[in-house]
Design a binder for this molecule. Structure first.
Ligand SMILES: [Zn+2]
Length: 296
Protein backbone atom coordinates (compact mmCIF):
# COMPACT_ATOMS: atom_id res chain seq x y z
CA UNK A 1 0.00 0.00 0.00
CA UNK A 2 1.29 3.45 -0.94
CA UNK A 3 -0.37 5.24 1.97
CA UNK A 4 -1.98 4.63 5.35
CA UNK A 5 -3.67 6.49 8.16
CA UNK A 6 -1.58 7.74 11.06
CA UNK A 7 -3.35 6.30 14.08
CA UNK A 8 -2.48 9.30 16.24
CA UNK A 9 -3.39 12.18 13.97
CA UNK A 10 -5.93 10.65 11.59
CA UNK A 11 -3.90 12.05 8.68
CA UNK A 12 -3.12 10.03 5.58
CA UNK A 13 0.62 9.47 5.29
CA UNK A 14 2.39 8.58 2.03
CA UNK A 15 4.88 5.74 2.43
CA UNK A 16 7.61 8.15 1.29
CA UNK A 17 6.95 10.39 4.28
CA UNK A 18 8.26 7.60 6.51
CA UNK A 19 11.71 8.69 5.26
CA UNK A 20 11.54 11.74 7.51
CA UNK A 21 9.29 10.54 10.32
CA UNK A 22 11.59 9.66 13.21
CA UNK A 23 11.02 7.37 14.92
CA UNK A 24 8.55 5.41 12.81
CA UNK A 25 5.92 3.88 15.10
CA UNK A 26 5.55 0.30 13.87
CA UNK A 27 2.13 0.12 15.50
CA UNK A 28 1.01 3.54 14.37
CA UNK A 29 -0.57 2.97 10.94
CA UNK A 30 -3.99 1.82 9.79
CA UNK A 31 -5.34 0.69 6.42
CA UNK A 32 -6.88 3.58 4.49
CA UNK A 33 -9.68 1.30 3.31
CA UNK A 34 -10.77 -0.67 6.36
CA UNK A 35 -8.80 0.61 9.34
CA UNK A 36 -6.90 -2.55 10.32
CA UNK A 37 -3.33 -2.08 11.51
CA UNK A 38 -0.73 -2.21 8.72
CA UNK A 39 3.04 -2.55 8.88
CA UNK A 40 5.37 0.26 7.70
CA UNK A 41 8.29 -1.28 5.75
CA UNK A 42 11.49 -0.33 3.89
CA UNK A 43 11.62 3.14 5.39
CA UNK A 44 15.33 3.25 6.24
CA UNK A 45 17.15 5.25 3.55
CA UNK A 46 19.67 2.47 2.90
CA UNK A 47 16.91 0.29 1.42
CA UNK A 48 16.86 2.61 -1.61
CA UNK A 49 13.27 1.64 -2.43
CA UNK A 50 10.01 3.41 -1.68
CA UNK A 51 8.73 2.85 1.83
CA UNK A 52 5.23 1.41 1.93
CA UNK A 53 2.76 -0.43 4.12
CA UNK A 54 2.04 -4.15 4.24
CA UNK A 55 -0.85 -6.21 5.52
CA UNK A 56 -0.04 -7.97 8.80
CA UNK A 57 -0.70 -11.73 8.77
CA UNK A 58 -2.37 -11.24 12.17
CA UNK A 59 -4.63 -8.45 10.89
CA UNK A 60 -5.97 -9.18 7.42
CA UNK A 61 -8.03 -6.55 5.60
CA UNK A 62 -11.77 -6.64 6.16
CA UNK A 63 -13.47 -8.53 3.36
CA UNK A 64 -15.10 -5.34 2.08
CA UNK A 65 -11.81 -3.41 1.99
CA UNK A 66 -10.93 -2.27 -1.53
CA UNK A 67 -7.27 -1.37 -0.97
CA UNK A 68 -5.92 -4.70 -2.23
CA UNK A 69 -8.15 -4.44 -5.30
CA UNK A 70 -6.52 -1.13 -6.24
CA UNK A 71 -3.52 -2.89 -7.77
CA UNK A 72 -5.76 -4.82 -10.17
CA UNK A 73 -7.82 -1.74 -10.90
CA UNK A 74 -4.69 0.20 -11.88
CA UNK A 75 -3.65 -2.59 -14.25
CA UNK A 76 -6.82 -2.21 -16.29
CA UNK A 77 -6.90 1.56 -15.85
CA UNK A 78 -3.57 1.90 -17.67
CA UNK A 79 -5.30 0.53 -20.80
CA UNK A 80 -8.78 2.03 -20.67
CA UNK A 81 -11.17 4.05 -18.59
CA UNK A 82 -12.50 2.17 -15.58
CA UNK A 83 -15.29 4.65 -14.91
CA UNK A 84 -18.70 3.15 -15.65
CA UNK A 85 -22.25 4.50 -15.51
CA UNK A 86 -22.10 3.65 -11.81
CA UNK A 87 -19.10 5.92 -11.37
CA UNK A 88 -15.46 5.33 -10.52
CA UNK A 89 -14.94 1.90 -8.95
CA UNK A 90 -12.13 2.79 -6.56
CA UNK A 91 -11.32 5.43 -4.01
CA UNK A 92 -9.22 8.44 -4.93
CA UNK A 93 -7.98 11.73 -3.47
CA UNK A 94 -10.36 14.49 -4.52
CA UNK A 95 -8.83 17.32 -2.50
CA UNK A 96 -5.48 18.62 -1.29
CA UNK A 97 -5.44 20.05 2.20
CA UNK A 98 -2.17 21.15 3.78
CA UNK A 99 -2.49 20.82 7.53
CA UNK A 100 -0.10 21.21 10.41
CA UNK A 101 1.58 17.82 10.40
CA UNK A 102 0.99 17.33 14.11
CA UNK A 103 -2.64 18.40 13.97
CA UNK A 104 -5.26 15.82 14.77
CA UNK A 105 -7.92 15.61 12.12
CA UNK A 106 -10.99 13.52 11.57
CA UNK A 107 -9.91 10.51 9.61
CA UNK A 108 -11.26 11.28 6.17
CA UNK A 109 -10.43 8.06 4.44
CA UNK A 110 -11.54 5.57 7.02
CA UNK A 111 -15.11 4.38 6.97
CA UNK A 112 -16.68 3.34 10.25
CA UNK A 113 -17.79 0.04 8.78
CA UNK A 114 -18.42 -1.70 5.52
CA UNK A 115 -21.94 -0.35 5.46
CA UNK A 116 -21.05 2.28 2.87
CA UNK A 117 -20.61 -0.46 0.34
CA UNK A 118 -23.90 -1.08 -1.32
CA UNK A 119 -24.33 -4.29 -3.19
CA UNK A 120 -25.80 -4.15 -6.61
CA UNK A 121 -27.67 -7.30 -5.73
CA UNK A 122 -27.71 -9.72 -8.63
CA UNK A 123 -26.72 -12.86 -6.79
CA UNK A 124 -25.97 -14.49 -10.10
CA UNK A 125 -23.29 -11.95 -10.95
CA UNK A 126 -21.40 -12.76 -7.78
CA UNK A 127 -20.09 -9.22 -7.56
CA UNK A 128 -20.54 -6.51 -4.99
CA UNK A 129 -19.51 -3.62 -7.16
CA UNK A 130 -22.23 -1.28 -6.05
CA UNK A 131 -22.10 2.43 -6.72
CA UNK A 132 -19.54 3.90 -4.42
CA UNK A 133 -17.35 6.97 -4.50
CA UNK A 134 -14.84 7.04 -1.73
CA UNK A 135 -13.18 10.42 -2.07
CA UNK A 136 -10.50 11.32 0.39
CA UNK A 137 -8.27 14.26 1.23
CA UNK A 138 -4.55 14.14 0.44
CA UNK A 139 -2.00 15.93 2.60
CA UNK A 140 0.69 16.07 -0.09
CA UNK A 141 0.39 16.26 -3.87
CA UNK A 142 1.84 12.74 -4.20
CA UNK A 143 -1.36 10.64 -4.02
CA UNK A 144 -2.97 13.04 -6.49
CA UNK A 145 -0.06 12.73 -8.91
CA UNK A 146 -0.08 8.96 -8.49
CA UNK A 147 -3.78 8.88 -9.37
CA UNK A 148 -3.13 11.11 -12.40
CA UNK A 149 -0.45 8.68 -13.57
CA UNK A 150 -2.33 5.47 -12.78
CA UNK A 151 -5.65 6.46 -14.35
CA UNK A 152 -4.75 8.14 -17.66
CA UNK A 153 -8.24 7.56 -19.09
CA UNK A 154 -10.18 8.73 -16.04
CA UNK A 155 -8.87 12.26 -15.66
CA UNK A 156 -12.32 13.80 -15.48
CA UNK A 157 -12.47 12.78 -11.82
CA UNK A 158 -13.09 15.80 -9.59
CA UNK A 159 -10.09 17.44 -7.94
CA UNK A 160 -9.86 20.45 -5.67
CA UNK A 161 -6.36 21.84 -5.16
CA UNK A 162 -6.62 25.34 -3.63
CA UNK A 163 -4.88 28.02 -5.71
CA UNK A 164 -4.84 26.02 -8.93
CA UNK A 165 -6.94 26.31 -12.05
CA UNK A 166 -9.59 23.69 -12.71
CA UNK A 167 -11.92 21.26 -11.04
CA UNK A 168 -10.79 17.93 -12.54
CA UNK A 169 -7.54 15.99 -12.69
CA UNK A 170 -7.28 16.83 -16.36
CA UNK A 171 -7.47 20.56 -15.68
CA UNK A 172 -5.40 20.78 -12.51
CA UNK A 173 -2.42 18.63 -13.52
CA UNK A 174 -0.44 19.56 -16.65
CA UNK A 175 2.67 18.35 -18.39
CA UNK A 176 5.08 21.20 -19.09
CA UNK A 177 5.70 21.97 -22.76
CA UNK A 178 8.35 19.50 -23.86
CA UNK A 179 10.04 21.68 -26.46
CA UNK A 180 9.76 25.27 -25.33
CA UNK A 181 9.70 27.59 -22.34
CA UNK A 182 6.13 28.73 -21.82
CA UNK A 183 4.82 31.34 -19.38
CA UNK A 184 1.75 29.75 -17.85
CA UNK A 185 -1.08 32.17 -17.13
CA UNK A 186 -2.72 29.79 -14.68
CA UNK A 187 -1.48 27.80 -11.74
CA UNK A 188 -1.31 24.00 -12.13
CA UNK A 189 0.44 21.02 -10.66
CA UNK A 190 3.07 20.67 -13.38
CA UNK A 191 4.98 17.57 -14.42
CA UNK A 192 8.08 16.92 -16.49
CA UNK A 193 10.74 14.19 -16.58
CA UNK A 194 13.73 14.50 -14.28
CA UNK A 195 16.98 15.14 -16.17
CA UNK A 196 20.05 12.97 -15.67
CA UNK A 197 22.05 15.70 -13.98
CA UNK A 198 22.32 15.62 -10.19
CA UNK A 199 20.46 18.19 -8.11
CA UNK A 200 22.60 21.20 -7.22
CA UNK A 201 22.61 22.37 -3.62
CA UNK A 202 23.68 25.92 -2.81
CA UNK A 203 22.57 28.87 -0.70
CA UNK A 204 19.67 27.02 0.84
CA UNK A 205 18.27 25.95 -2.49
CA UNK A 206 18.17 22.71 -4.43
CA UNK A 207 18.08 23.12 -8.18
CA UNK A 208 16.44 20.27 -10.07
CA UNK A 209 16.83 20.25 -13.85
CA UNK A 210 14.03 18.79 -15.94
CA UNK A 211 14.43 17.30 -19.39
CA UNK A 212 11.82 19.54 -21.00
CA UNK A 213 12.51 23.11 -22.09
CA UNK A 214 13.85 25.14 -24.98
CA UNK A 215 15.67 23.12 -27.61
CA UNK A 216 18.12 24.49 -30.17
CA UNK A 217 20.11 22.37 -32.64
CA UNK A 218 18.86 19.18 -30.98
CA UNK A 219 20.21 20.32 -27.64
CA UNK A 220 18.24 21.24 -24.58
CA UNK A 221 19.54 24.80 -24.54
CA UNK A 222 17.44 25.88 -21.57
CA UNK A 223 15.75 23.31 -19.35
CA UNK A 224 12.90 24.00 -17.00
CA UNK A 225 14.21 23.99 -13.43
CA UNK A 226 12.53 23.47 -10.11
CA UNK A 227 14.24 25.55 -7.43
CA UNK A 228 13.44 24.12 -4.02
CA UNK A 229 13.88 26.72 -1.29
CA UNK A 230 14.45 24.61 1.80
CA UNK A 231 14.79 27.50 4.26
CA UNK A 232 13.50 26.37 7.63
CA UNK A 233 13.34 22.68 6.72
CA UNK A 234 14.94 19.97 8.83
CA UNK A 235 17.79 18.00 7.21
CA UNK A 236 15.49 14.98 7.30
CA UNK A 237 12.96 16.70 5.05
CA UNK A 238 15.59 17.87 2.60
CA UNK A 239 17.06 14.36 2.47
CA UNK A 240 13.59 12.92 1.97
CA UNK A 241 13.03 15.05 -1.13
CA UNK A 242 16.47 14.10 -2.49
CA UNK A 243 15.91 10.42 -1.69
CA UNK A 244 12.78 10.32 -3.81
CA UNK A 245 14.65 11.67 -6.87
CA UNK A 246 17.33 9.00 -6.44
CA UNK A 247 14.89 6.15 -5.92
CA UNK A 248 12.73 7.27 -8.82
CA UNK A 249 15.73 7.52 -11.13
CA UNK A 250 16.79 3.99 -10.11
CA UNK A 251 13.25 2.73 -10.72
CA UNK A 252 13.27 4.26 -14.20
CA UNK A 253 16.58 2.58 -15.02
CA UNK A 254 15.28 -0.75 -13.76
CA UNK A 255 12.03 -0.51 -15.73
CA UNK A 256 13.76 0.98 -18.76
CA UNK A 257 13.05 -0.45 -22.17
CA UNK A 258 13.90 0.82 -25.61
CA UNK A 259 11.40 3.17 -27.15
CA UNK A 260 9.81 6.49 -26.60
CA UNK A 261 7.26 5.46 -24.01
CA UNK A 262 9.86 4.09 -21.64
CA UNK A 263 9.01 4.72 -17.98
CA UNK A 264 10.55 7.93 -16.69
CA UNK A 265 11.10 9.61 -13.34
CA UNK A 266 8.47 12.38 -13.43
CA UNK A 267 8.83 15.41 -11.19
CA UNK A 268 5.46 16.82 -10.13
CA UNK A 269 5.34 20.15 -8.36
CA UNK A 270 3.15 23.05 -7.41
CA UNK A 271 5.29 26.17 -7.47
CA UNK A 272 5.54 29.80 -8.43
CA UNK A 273 6.81 30.41 -11.96
CA UNK A 274 9.52 33.08 -11.94
CA UNK A 275 8.17 35.98 -14.01
CA UNK A 276 11.67 37.15 -15.01
CA UNK A 277 12.98 33.62 -15.73
CA UNK A 278 9.96 31.56 -16.76
CA UNK A 279 12.09 28.42 -17.02
CA UNK A 280 12.23 28.42 -13.21
CA UNK A 281 9.60 27.37 -10.71
CA UNK A 282 10.09 28.01 -7.00
CA UNK A 283 8.79 25.42 -4.52
CA UNK A 284 8.93 26.13 -0.79
CA UNK A 285 6.90 23.30 0.73
CA UNK A 286 8.10 19.70 0.69
CA UNK A 287 4.48 18.55 0.38
CA UNK A 288 4.23 20.25 -3.01
CA UNK A 289 6.88 18.25 -4.84
CA UNK A 290 7.26 14.55 -5.55
CA UNK A 291 8.83 12.23 -8.10
CA UNK A 292 7.07 9.17 -9.47
CA UNK A 293 8.17 6.61 -12.02
CA UNK A 294 6.08 5.49 -14.97
CA UNK A 295 4.49 6.71 -18.15
CA UNK A 296 2.39 9.85 -18.43
ZN1 LIG B 1 -7.90 -2.65 4.38
Amino acid sequence: MDSAIDRNTGQIIDGEQLWYIDPVDKNGYLCRGCGVQVNPVSFELHHKVRPHFKELPTAPHEDWCDVDGEVKLVESARKKSVTTKDGFPGSFPAKLHLVDERAIITPAGIPASGAHRTSSGGASSGTTTGKRHTQWTANTIRPICRTFMNFPHDRLLPLDVPGTYGKTYDEVVRKLASGDIVSYPKQHIFAAPLSWSKPEDSNGKLTIKLSYGFWANKNLAQPYRVIIDYTGWSDAKKNYVLAEFEVSRAEAVKLGKPGKSSPKAWVFFLGEQDAANPSDFIVKDHRLICCLTGEL
